[in-house]
Design a protein around this ligand. Structure first.
Ligand code: 13P
Length: 257
């Protein structure tokens, strides 16, 4: 099976809603139509930008999917500052990142919380992008696969094969995020293949063949072709390089099959 690549721009806490509109318009202007026929592109702006970006995508009929960076697992209630997956669905959000390492490390998200979010995101007909990854210490101690595969198993707990097949897993080694250090293409391939192997074990081989696995961590135009050329790497979750439309447009074009 050939899996359609997914390139996601995670803007993190950058770009206000005016800047967001300009950035999305510029990115769209820079990308040839043919590229967008071959690759899915999702844009994950901060919550305060979502309505503006949704409007510009829909009014200008851009082939971009709207993404969110996070959500709560409940639809409503006394959760000050949180955002409901039901509200994201109403904004036509297609993809929601769950369990980004910054949320896990800075805001105390546990595997159990990530699992509850995945259930909630899928209950609202959106696609979770579940992030997994090891710290530098874990890597140096030889524990990369124990950590990453443990997060995969915990995050997917209770999901059916069909539900697993339709979601996205992003392998983001924490030591490579925002540091300029990228896993080698071979390392990215090894861990992504191990993730696919684990999915085959907890579901079945057809599910493992279908699930899309992204690599993230200092992906840029200059390394996109090599990373995306790996058989088990189906796309990229991009932070810093997605903030510059020129760079992100090149990266997307270099990621096409
Ligand atoms: P950078 O591309 O800036 O390393 O960020 C990766 C990331 O965390 C995307 O979610």
């Amino acid at each position: 099976m050939t899996r359609r690549p997914l390139i996601s721009g995670n803007w993190k806490m950058n770009n206000n809603h005016y800047e967001a509109i300009q950035s999305v318009q510029k990115l769209h202007y820079l990308l040839p139509k043919e590229t967008l026929e071959e690759v899915d592109v999702s844009i994950h702006p901060p919550f305060t930008d979502l309505r503006s970006v949704q409007t510009v995508i829909e009014v200008d009929e851009m082939e971009f999917a709207l993404g969110a960076q996070h959500c709560h697992w409940e639809d409503s209630g006394a959760f000050t500052g949180e955002v409901s997956p039901a509200f994201l669905e109403k904004l036509n959000v297609a993809y929601v990142v769950a369990g980004h390492s910054e949320r896990r490390e800075l805001f105390g998200e546990t595997d159990e919380m990530v699992n509850r979010k995945i259930v909630a995101i899928q209950n609202h007909q959106m696609v979770p992008i579940m992030c997994v990854g090891e710290t530098l210490d874990e890597r140096e101690a030889g524990n990369t696969e124990t950590k990453v595969l443990g997060q995969v198993v915990a995050g997917l707990d209770g999901r059916s094969n069909e539900q697993i097949a339709s979601l996205v897993i992003a392998y983001e080694p924490i030591w490579a995020i925002g540091t300029g250090k990228t896993a080698t293409a071979e390392d990215a391939q090894t861990v992504c293949a191990a993730i696919r192997g684990k999915v085959a074990e907890i579901a079945d081989s057809a599910t493992a063949e279908a699930v899309r696995i992204q690599y993230g961590g200092s992906v840029k135009a200059a390394n996109a072709t090599e990373l995306m050329g790996q058989p088990d790497v189906d796309g990229a979750l991009v932070g810093g390089a997605s903030l510059d439309p020129d760079e992100f447009a090149r990266l997307i074009q270099f990621s096409t099959p």
